[in-house]
Design a protein around this ligand. Structure first.
Ligand code: UT7
Length: 326
């Protein structure tokens, strides 16, 4: 039995931060940001709005689209690196906020690859036959961990959430295959150094600005280009597919230049690649499900189409997934 995607949804907060806004905050320019990353604007939460609130909107929208009652949900998986609290999972908060009284769930931390990791977990649990209605959401409130005086990071990230409902497939459509990878030795290149058990919050960690994202952009860029391209090509080869067989490539939206490199490696034309980084920036675990929902809204997908997801992120973590659309 396979797991199929029966609904998609996304949530982007109303407030936006444009490149022109950033010009007033740090030494940068609209031209630099657009040419180096492809980003024009990002969305940011209002004060008091957290990751579970964005997830609540996505989950309610999934229920509405799939015509399900909250009590029918068995399991909620939330991929996030920015939970509301260090203790109490975002999944538990979402379970309560949507009234999913028969659901359990947990968070998955794999930075920008989080949604692909969570999809693998959700799909395998559906395939086990024990769970019929599984919500999988990728969501990050990056503005809660971004230093808006650091031009290396603040120009890239935005807030947002996207998700899917997974159900058992009645045919051969659904999640076909995946490759998931990790290399924790990459920790030093992309991390939030404090706030965990190694460096608990203290006056010192706050003064040293250690609760913000630190990124060695150049090194991350090099690893992202190679690994995202390799893992995209590898999954095609493993399944005897070529770029021609792919209807839509939905990559993690970290940098337009990383996306272009992965697409070229797989022999994909521009019209086979979903790029929306211009509108939302890098929403970390949110990028792939948000892009998938954009594709559904724009009626780009038909039953039987093959989709390719690929992501790379902190950890390092990376992976790819093939889906046959139902
Ligand atoms: O999503 C998870 C994984 N994250 C990623 O995949 C991000 C990967 N990295 C990147 O996307 C890119 O490395 C960045 C967008 C972060 C930076 O772009 P880059 O082309 O690698 O720039 P760079 O760091 O090589 O810097 C080039 C120049 C430098 O000036 P000099 O030394 O050549 O004079 C920087 O100081 O651009 C300068 N610079 C900027 N200038 C204007 C760096 N950031 C900025 C900025 N505005 N925001």
């Amino acid at each position: 039995m396979k797991a199929k995607i029966s609904a998609t949804a996304k949530y982007l907060p109303k407030k936006t931060l444009t490149n022109k806004d950033l010009e007033k905050m740090v030494e940068t320019s609209d031209e630099w940001i657009l040419s180096r990353t492809g980003i024009e604007k990002r969305h940011l939460v209002e004060e008091g709005e957290a990751t579970s609130d964005m997830c609540k909107h996505v989950a309610n929208e999934l229920l509405r689209k799939a015509n399900k009652r909250p009590e029918e949900i068995d399991l909620i998986l939330i991929a996030t690196s920015t939970p509301d609290f260090p203790v109490v999972s975002t999944a538990a908060l979402v379970q309560d906020k949507i009234g999913a009284t028969n659901a359990w769930g947990y968070d998955i931390v794999a930075a920008c690859t989080g949604f692909v990791y969570a999809m693998e977990t959700g799909a395998k649990l559906v395939e086990s036959g024990k769970y019929q209605n599984v919500i999988v959401i990728g969501a990050d409130t990056m503005s809660s961990i971004i230093d808006y005086t650091d031009r290396n990071t603040c120009i890239i990230f935005g807030d947002g959430a996207g998700g899917v409902l997974l159900e058992p497939s009645e045919n051969d459509n659904g999640v076909l295959d995946s490759i998931l990878c990790a290399d924790g030795s990459g920790e030093k290149y992309l991390t939030v150094p404090a706030g965990g058990s190694l460096n608990p919050a203290s006056k010192d960690t706050v003064n040293k600005r250690m609760h913000y994202v630190y990124q060695d952009g150049k090194t991350v860029f090099k690893f992202a280009v190679k690994n995202m391209a390799d893992v995209s090509k590898q999954i095609l080869d493993n399944n005897n597919l070529t770029g021609e067989d792919i209807k839509l490539f939905i990559p993690h939206q970290a940098n337009k230049r990383i996306i272009d490199a992965a697409a070229e490696r797989c022999g994909l034309r521009d019209d086979q690649v979903l790029v929306n980084i211009n509108k939302y920036g890098n929403t970390t675990a949110g990028t792939i499900p948000i892009a998938l929902d954009d594709a559904v809204e724009e009626k780009m997908l038909e039953k039987g189409d093959i989709l390719l997801f690929a992501a790379f992120g902190g950890g390092f973590t990376w992976g790819s997934m093939l889906i046959k659309w139902d």
